[in-house]
Design a protein around this ligand. Structure first.
Ligand code: NDP
Length: 333
């Protein structure tokens, strides 16, 4: 194994102007932690796009190696739960914010952040799922906990052609739900129907300011979009239904009224993947291994190499990435 390896490093100058470079690093440059992992695969999430483009203040410590998701093999460990050779994954925690992340051949991390690689999934599979897919699973689990079973009626997925959306559609359809997909890319109708969407709606139906309460259309929803879209989703949720809110692709605002909550008993379920406790992560990953159709996962995944990460991060912010992206890190260090 070579002593140095390539990494993406985001720095900023005295005027807080951000620059993104590919640099050579060594193990001595890695941050503190009790487990060192050889990274085999990673991915590009919306949050990685925000960090690399600097569109939102993701990074809290400079300079920073971005990349919020990794899968690989433990090289050295002082943590009781892990030994050299163990296959592991990591989603979120401080990666790309306060701790060096996945866009390097190696990472040294806190072993408490790791999850053993779920049985039946490869490093590539887990990164095809990534934080986006694991968050989609957290949303589905939240709806289930709220009693939103398929018999209650259709479930809406917003941001349907994106990462969270496409995995959510695959999961919900496999679990027997009638899925309505909201997308701005109506040309992707065939792709979304192949994933399991029963109906496609144009996202313009939901993205403009709407009425406090509308026709009851869905029993539940997975919303990756926020803003007016989330307000309209709530306004059109059936009596006693629930909406799992995880994203902000349209905006961080929520220009809604309390009417759906107090007249229809609708619930808004907040979903956070970054600091989710380990028990919930392990449960979500076990469910993904069981409930996600790997052929559908393959159909929504594009493979790229280390050198494509920066361009792909810009593309995801521009809404040009369909489904999920896997970065093969083997041989790139
Ligand atoms: P993607 O970029 O893959 O997907 C986002 C999708 O949102 C796009 O594909 C597009 O779908 C839709 N979209 C984009 N811009 C707009 C807009 N202006 N108005 C309406 N819809 C829009 O991102 P991810 O799926 O990876 O992430 C989705 C969101 O979830 C992000 O905001 C991300 O930050 C958040 N997230 C939150 C997590 C958490 O822990 N809470 C974890 C993971 C993600 P289409 O083309 O079909 O219209």
């Amino acid at each position: 194994m070579s002593n140095t390896f390539k990494a993406i490093l985001i720095s900023r100058d005295e005027d807080k102007k951000q620059s993104v470079d590919v640099v050579e690093m060594s193990d001595d440059d890695l941050m503190e932690g009790d487990v060192t992992v050889a990274i085999e695969a990673t991915t590009v999430n919306y949050k990685d796009g925000l960090a690399i483009t600097g569109k939102s203040p993701i990074i809290q410590r400079w300079p920073m190696v971005p990349g919020i998701d990794l899968a690989g093999t433990v090289i050295t460990s002082n943590h009781n739960d892990y030994d050299a050779g163990d296959k592991v994954i990591l989603n979120g925690w401080g990666l790309s914010q306060t701790h060096y992340g996945a866009y390097a051949a190696r990472a040294r991390v806190n072993g408490d952040w790791l999850v053993p690689m779920p049985e039946g999934l490869s490093a590539r599979d887990t990164m095809a799922i990534g934080t986006a897919g694991y968050t989609a699973m957290l949303c589905v689990m939240a709806l289930e906990r709220h009693g939103i079973v398929p018999e209650r009626g259709p479930v809406l997925v917003t941001g349907a052609a994106g990462g969270v959306g496409s995995v959510a559609i695959s999961l919900l359809s496999k679990l027997g739900y009638d899925v309505i997909a909201s997308t701005g890319r109506v040309a992707e109708e065939k792709f979304l129907k192949n994933l399991g969407a029963a109906e496609i709606i144009d996202r313009n139906e939901l993205s403009e300011p709407g009425r406090p309460m509308g026709r009851e259309r869905w029993a539940g929803a997975v919303d990756a979009v926020g803003s007016h879209t989330l307000a309209n989703v709530l306004a059109q949720t059936k009596y006693g239904g629930a909406v799992a809110a995880c994203g902000l692709a349209q905006g961080i605002d929520l220009p809604a009224t309390v009417i759906p909550f107090i007249l229809r008993g609708v619930s808004l379920l907040g979903i956070d993947s970054v600091h989710a406790p380990k028990s919930l992560r392990v449960e979500a990953w076990a469910r993904l291994a069981k409930d996600l159709d790997l052929d559908k996962l393959a159909s929504l995944t594009t493979d790229i190499g280390f050198d494509d990460i920066i361009d792909t991060a810009c593309d995801i912010i521009d809404g040009k990435i369909r489904g999920r992206v896997v970065v093969d890190m083997v041989g790139d260090g």
